[in-house]
Design a protein around this ligand. Structure first.
Ligand SMILES: [Fe+2]
Length: 200
């Protein structure tokens, strides 16, 4: 049985100020992300007990909890690493060429991604779909509603209220603009390289 662990942030809690406050990073990582780790472990344990007891009466709700918490932890791990105190700017090289090919231009991609971030009740994602050899934006509610099968997130922006409300109030657009000052494009490029190699 897999045991999920809370991964360390790749920087200090206050490293992303003034765009994201130390307080928000502490709550977001130590409370919310930890909650998804605990939730995924709890679900695994309950599934194990059900198998042991040959009692599958609660399987549906446990699996729903597993998906919610596993996906929450998975996306937060990408989100933390997609940001850096030295972030910002624009993608380069192969990733930029692929964005321009699949979206027409970087500007088009950015406008569409920001629209996804504005409408989603969860996450805005840039994903790579190997079977189509295509980058695509996705708007996800919660951590999984609206997910695309077979797609790999390379950029994840958390637009749950716990991500920005303490710092920005209801102005989610200002928060998303500030996230663009933090995007670690070399991490996004590495993720794209990793999954685009699976295209055949
Ligand atoms: Fe979050």
């Amino acid at each position: 049985m897999t045991e999920y662990k809370l991964l360390e942030l790749p920087y200090e809690y206050d490293a992303l100020t003034p765009h994201i406050s130390e307080q928000v990073m502490k709550w977001h990582h130590d409370v919310h992300n930890q909650g998804y780790v605990d939730g995924a472990n709890n679900a695994e344990e309950k599934l194990r007990r059900q198998r042991e007891n040959n009692d599958f009466s609660s399987t549906g709700s446990i699996l729903n909890s597993f998906t919610h918490n596993f996906c929450g932890n998975f996306l937060h791990q990408i989100f933390w690493n997609n940001m850096s105190p030295e972030g910002g700017g624009e993608p380069e090289g192969e990733l930029m060429q692929k964005i321009e090919k699949d979206f027409g231009s970087y500007g088009n991609w950015k406008k569409e991604f920001k629209a996804a971030a504005s409408s989603a009740s969860g996450w805005a994602l840039l994903v790579y779909i190997p079977r189509e050899n295509e980058l695509h934006n996705v708007a996800v509610d919660q951590h999984d509603e609206g997910a695309v099968w077979g797609a790999h997130p390379v950029l994840a922006v958390d637009v749950w209220e716990h991500s920005y409300y303490h710092d920005y109030g209801p102005d989610r657009g200002d928060f998303v603009d500030n996230i663009f000052e933090l995007i670690n494009w070399s991490d996004v490029q590495n993720r794209y390289n990793e999954v685009s190699g699976t295209f055949s």
